[in-house]
Each structure stands twice: as C-alpha cells, then as structure tokens.
Design a protein around this ligand. Structure first.
Ligand SMILES: [Zn+2]
Length: 552
C-alpha cells in the first residue's frame, strides 16, 4: 500500500478548509466573489498555518472552470481540471510558484518581470505568482518587483508569503504600501485536535484522543507539523495509535513521569530523587527535554495558583496539575523556576546533565521548608514574633546566614514618615513577577509589555513604573492601565490610585542609584538581625540545631 503523506493528502482545497484563519478566508473569498482581487497580497504568519495553501486556493478560485459546484461564493470547486492541476502543483502555466529561499537574485526578478508581461493562457484566466519565503528576496529583486506593481499588468496577481514581514518592511518598505496584507494566526491546540480528528476519521485511522492532544501540543501552532507528526505516529508500529506510541515515536517523556515529579517534590521525598532520575536515564530520556518539559509543567502550576487556566496540556497532565497545584505556593514555584533556568544554562555548558538534574530536584525537594519562627519559638518557650526561618535550597546546610525578606516591625523605622511608602514599593518589587504572570493570564501582549517594566515606587497608591524600550511598549501599557492596576491590586492588595509610566533614562539613572539603596536596606536588615540576636541569644543556636537559615 502506498502511503500519501497526510499533510499533503489533507491540504485544504477551499478557503473554508483553512483552520483558524476565518478572517483571511472571508477576505479572500469575498474579493474573488466581488471581483475585487488586488494585484498583490502579503500573507504573513508562523510556519505551517496555511499561507501557501491559501495562495493556491486563491489561484484555484480565480481560474476555476466550475464555480457552480464550489462550496461557497468566491471558493474554487476543487474538482475541475484547472483546480486539480493547480492543487497538485503540476503542469499549470498560469500559476508560478517561486521559493525565494532558493531564488534570491536579481536575474530571477528580471525574468519574473519579463514573464509577468505575458498574459495568462486564456482570456478568462489569471496568472498567479506565489512567492514563498518572500523575506529572502534581495533588495534588487524587490526593486524589480516594485516596478511591476507600480503598473500591474491586467489579470496578474502576486501572492507573497512570509514568516518575517518585518524583514520585508525593512528592505522593501515601498512594496508594503502596494500589497494587501493578511496576518495568519497561530493555530490553537484545540483547533489542531479538531482538524486531526477529522483527518483520522476520513482516513480510517484508529487513534486515542489523548494521542491527538499530545500531537497538537508538540505541533505548537502549526497544522502542517501536526499532520506530519501524525504521519510519524502512523508509521511507527501497528494498530490503534495510543498516547504511549506517540511518545515513543516522537521520543517524548511520558506524562506520568511529570505527574510523579509533581508529587515527589510536593512530598519532599528526597530519597526518591536518585532512583527517579536513574529511571529517566535508563529509559533513554533526553534530560535537556526533561528539564524543558518540567519548566512547562511548573509554569502551568504557577498559572493555576494565580487563578488562570493553563493551556496546551493533555488531559492526564492537566489532571496532575489540578491535583497538585494547591500543594505549592506561588513564591516557591517562582524560586523553583529560577533554579530551573540556572540548571538549563548549566546543562548547556556541562557534559554532566544527570548530576545537574539530580541537584535541581534535590534543591526543589528541600526548598519548601519554610516555617514560621514564631511557631518554633513558641514550641521551645521563646516568643519573638514574625520572624521566619527557612531552609533554602541555596544555603549551605551547616552555615545559617541572614538573607532578605521583610516583615519584623521595627520600632525605630516605623516612625519614619517614608517607611510605609518604602515598604509598599519593596513589596511591589518582590511581587512584580507575580503581577506580570497574572496579567499574562489575561493578555500575552500586555504581559510582554509589562515584562519591560520595573516598579520604582508605590507610595500612597501612586504606582510608578519604569519602562525600557518605551517606543515599543508604552502604547500597550497606556491602553491597558485598567488591567494592570487591577492585577497589582489583586496580587499585592495595594490600592492603586494612579499608575504612571516613566521611560528609562539614557545613561540609566537607576543602575547608579539603586544598588546603594538596596545595600542600605541590606545593612538595615543585618542591623535588625543583630538586634534580634542580642535580644534572643538562643536564636543562632536554635537555627544551628535545626539546620535552618535565619530570614527576617
Ligand atoms: Zn474548479
């Protein structure tokens, strides 16, 4: 049995087949049905979302010989001689496909220009040039094309497809004003699953729904990748395609492993870390991929803790996250993700990935040992309120050291009039990553903008944010003041009366002034800790005995 690749076999034949690109489909079909087709189109978007398919469907629709049989106005029939020739990409003089990645030179552009002068093969036909990877065209090639677009021959249509429109805008700005642009969206995992379901039904492939979710997750927004991955899974083994088979075919780490990790860390089962990693290694898992996948899982835990709904999780993993997220605190997960980022970097530099992964998991298992010192002191008959002892992953177990974390009421500082304001800005600075994540649950765009800000002050409800790359992000920040203020209030409890944006000054005022301020605060804390130690000489001994670290 010969097997046609699914990605090819199920390539869309009508605008309405394009997954998740309704706005493009409506625009192009509308142009065809109303006879208002532009001379040049620019189709942009990530790879594998249907740009080239849309270009071919446009060529089919313009040249279709049996419009009556089409599935809708402006659509091609998909079955007539012209449609099938264009769709299969063979022997059709009126549709020219050019891969700019391999045809960059001005000679090609010149040839293109000469050829464009020839009319289509018949009086009611259109000549369609489809230029893929158009951002790869040279400036000279664009100049030649621009001359054509300035005086476009009748019934000639150019369709440029690109993943990087900004490169075209940079090298051929005048072209941008002569093309009609359509931006294709990344395809959501659910839409990919739906399309895959349709394909497996049409093709009589027996497949578990969890397997399709897994493929959609790996496809990461690309429909063509989704179909290719399905092809790989079909080719690997016999019978029903299970999630396990997909994992094996694609070399993925199974989700039970991540689910087990969620409980192992939550239950601080340090002794199980080495056997856990040993099993991973024996199963031939790629540890870099494991660390990356683990980051995704704990990111989902963080989103869940912050009240959002993590996307792109398979049912089994979503179940594990739902079951375990309450066992983690947002602050702990943030610290874990920081340690994970350091491990990812370390693995890239070092050949001993296994040791780094073991160390990371041990650090995580030891991390969550935060106890209220007041509880400990009460238990042993002391009473110093609001101090926190923590065993942190970064400390050497035998040497307790003081690190920063605000909270003990300081009788002297409390009288200073600026104290309140300083406290709220300190809290806001510490909570800022949480605020950014909370906003990210509502809008990725605003999250991106917000990640370029640093809170400067938050005295009396007046929040001031310093913005880097102002020209890029300020507009988005301005438009979303409400969402940002709401998230600050939600996370910190701080009542936001006004929100001000301050561009980061050239020469960076902040890097000069902030370290001393931070040092002051550190010195301040050291001083207060010394004070506590004097008041309660048992503190150090207690910390030593319990192998804990003294935090304020
Ligand atoms: Zn047709």
């Amino acid at each position: 049995m010969t097997h046609t690749a699914l990605a090819r076999k199920y390539r869309p034949t009508a605008f309405s087949d394009l997954v998740a690109q309704g706005h493009v489909a409506a625009g192009l079909a509308g142009a065809v049905s109303k006879g208002r087709v532009a001379h040049a189109y620019l189709l942009t978007g990530p790879r594998g979302v249907g740009k080239t398919s849309a270009a071919r469907i446009l060529a089919m629709a313009l040249n279709c010989e049996d419009r009556e049989s089409a599935p809708g106005p402006g659509e091609p029939c998909g079955l007539c001689d012209s449609c099938t020739r264009i769709w299969s990409g063979v022997a059709c003089v009126d549709v020219v496909e050019i891969d700019a990645a391999s045809n960059r030179g001005v000679d090609d552009a010149r040839e293109l220009r000469e050829r464009a002068m020839y009319a289509a093969s018949g009086p009611d036909r259109y000549k369609v040039y489809i230029v893929d990877e158009a951002h790869m065209l040279t400036r000279e090639a664009w100049n030649a094309l621009l001359k054509i677009l300035e005086e476009p021959p009748p019934r000639v249509v150019f369709v440029f497809a690109t993943t990087e429109p900004q490169k075209i805008a940079a090298s051929a700005a005048p072209v941008m004003s002569r093309v009609q642009r359509f931006d294709f969206r990344r395809i959501g995992p659910q839409s990919i699953v739906e399309r895959l379901k349709w394909v497996v039904e049409a093709d009589g492939i027996d497949v578990e729904s969890e397997a399709l979710q897994l493929i959609a997750q790996v496809a990461d927004g690309g429909m063509r990748d989704g179909l290719s991955l399905l092809d790989q899974a079909v080719a690997y083994g016999e019978g029903t395609i299970t999630a396990a088979r997909v994992r094996e075919a694609l070399g993925l780490i199974d989700h039970e492993t991540y689910a087990e990790l969620l409980t192992l860390v939550a239950e601080k089962r340090t002794a199980d870390v080495f056997p856990f990693v040993a099993r991973l290694v024996e199963a031939g898992a790629d540890l870099t991929e494991f660390v990356h996948g683990t980051g995704e899982v704990f990111r989902a835990v963080l989103v869940k803790i912050l009240g959002g709904e993590p996307e792109a999780l398979t049912d089994s993993l979503r179940h594990a996250v739902d079951q375990n997220h309450a066992r983690y605190s947002a602050g702990d997960v943030l610290r874990m993700l920081k340690l994970l980022a350091a491990t990812e970097a370390a693995i890239r530099r070092s050949p001993n990935a296994r040791l780094h992964v073991e160390t990371l998991l041990l650090q995580w298992s030891l991390l969550d040992r935060t106890v209220e010192l007041s509880d400990v002191l009460d238990a042993v008959g002391h009473s110093t309120p609001n101090l926190v002892l923590a065993r942190t992953a970064t400390s050497t177990p035998t040497k307790p050291t003081a690190t920063a974390k605000p909270s003990p009421p300081d009788p002297v500082a409390a009288e200073s009039p600026n104290k309140g304001a300083e406290d709220s800005s300190t809290n806001l600075a510490e909570a800022w990553p949480l605020v950014v994540e909370a906003v990210g649950g509502k809008s990725r765009m605003v999250r991106e903008a917000l990640s370029h800000t640093t809170p400067l002050s938050a005295g009396e409800g007046v929040v001031e944010l310093e913005v880097t790359d102002c020209e890029v992000h300020l507009e988005g920040l301005e438009r979303n003041r409400g969402l940002i203020a709401e998230s600050i209030e939600h996370i910190t409890g701080l009542k936001v009366k006004s929100l001000a944006y301050k561009p980061q000054e050239a020469g960076s005022h902040r890097t000069q002034s902030e370290p001393p301020a931070r040092l002051d605060r550190m010195a301040d804390r050291e001083e207060r800790l010394r004070h506590y130690r004097q008041v309660d000489p048992g503190l150090d001994a207690l910390a030593q005995t319990l192998d804990l670290e003294v935090l304020e």
